[in-house]
Each structure stands twice: as C-alpha cells, then as structure tokens.
Ligand binder design. Structure first.
Ligand SMILES: C[S@@+](CC[C@H](N)C(=O)[O-])C[C@H]1O[C@@H](n2cnc3c(N)ncnc32)[C@H](O)[C@@H]1O
Length: 184
C-alpha cells in the first residue's frame, strides 16, 4: 500500500463523514477540486456551499462542477462571513489555505480572517462533523497562518473535539500539514 499524503487523507476522512443529502461547506473554492469532490459525496439531494474572494475561483469552480452545479451555492465573499450564509448542522467544512494556483500569489488566505472563520465554523458543525484545514507554510505569511491555526486548534476542549495533525516528517522545505477536527 502507499500511505496517503495529507491532502489525500482529507478525502479518506470526508468519505466517512459525509452522506448523500448532506450540507457541507468548501471555505476556499480555488480551482474547485475540493468542491467537485464534495458535490459527488452529497449527491443530487445535497448541497455544497462554497466561498472565495476571487471571481475567477467562482468561475473555475462552476466550470469544474458542470452538471453538478445545481447542488452548489457559490458565494463571492470571505469565509469569515460564513455564519451569515450557512445554517448550523453541516457535516463537513473544508479549508485549503494559501493562494489560488495559476493566479495572483498575493491574494492568499491570512491568519486573521482564517481564525475568525474557524471560530465561526465550530458553531455550524453537527455532532460527528469534520472541520478540515490544509495548511501550506512555504509562502509569505503561510507559516504565521499555519502556526496560528495549530495554536487555535490546540485550545479546543478535548471533551468536545477530537483534533489531529498530519504531515510528512522527513520532507524538506516546510511541508504542508493537515489539521483535522471532529465534533464529538
Ligand atoms: C489553495 S486555494 C484553494 C484550492 C481549492 N480548495 C481547490 O480545490 O482547488 C485557496 C483559495 O482561498 C481563497 N481565499 C483567500 N482568502 C479567502 C477568504 N478570506 N475567504 C475565502 N477564500 C479565500 C483564494 O482566493 C484561493 O482561491
């Protein structure tokens, strides 16, 4: 067998946590890969609510979704406003931090807005729901953001949240890491 990389592991966990008909959130749409994966999991009766601050991310995601677009709601807004758009009771919220590949690398997620979004996200998950945060720490501001996410996650009460971190231990140049959180 080949051990899954952190990003592949997200999909393994999501397949277990998300059922047909569920509502889920993609908090960073980017090129739409995560959104398309989630749209397949929730099926025609479910819904993926997606956020991005760049119109081209919304456009690329809509294109990737193709005939699955009707099970999505794509919102041009920062995920820090997630609570204004999403009703509680979602089974997964997925963050893939950093910049949009193939676009302006200065338009990245940032520690301040990410932490506000994560705090709001905890109030929206149902019991057994997953909060997944993929942290890329190689670009300017990435390490600060990743450390802030890890510190935030470390403070979640153990009686209410199961929290794990996954990363390649023997990779060079600050490899990305995954923080995965289950609401108990
Ligand atoms: C690494 S990409 C996401 C990749 C995506 N999940 C995929 O499957 O292709 C990060 C995205 O976060 C977006 N972003 C930056 N700040 C944001 C914010 N405050 N709220 C929502 N999205 C944001 C960027 O525009 C970028 O498209």
């Amino acid at each position: 067998m080949a051990l899954p990389k952190p990003l592949e592991l997200v999909q393994v966990f999501l397949k277990q946590a998300v059922r047909s008909g569920d509502r889920v959130v993609d908090a960073t749409l980017g090129n739409g890969y995560d959104c398309a994966f989630l749209a397949d999991l929730v099926g025609p009766s479910g819904k993926v609510i997606g956020f991005d601050v760049q119109q081209q991310a919304i456009d690329r995601t809509r294109e990737r979704l193709a005939d699955r677009a009707d099970r999505s709601e794509l919102i041009l807004a920062g995920h820090e406003s997630i609570a204004e758009y999403v009703e509680p009771g979602v089974s997964a919220i997925v963050y893939n931090l950093g910049y949009l590949p193939g676009a302006d690398k200065d338009k990245t997620t940032s520690a301040d807005t990410t932490l506000r979004a994560l705090s709001a996200s905890t109030g929206l998950l149902k019991n057994g729901g997953l909060l997944s945060i993929m942290c890329y720490v190689g670009h300017p501001g990435g390490m600060e953001e990743g450390c802030a996410v890890k510190d935030w996650a470390a403070e979640l009460p153990r009686t209410e949240w199961r929290v794990f971190q996954y990363t390649a231990v023997n990779a060079p140049n600050n490899p990305p890491f995954l923080i995965i959180i289950e609401k108990l």
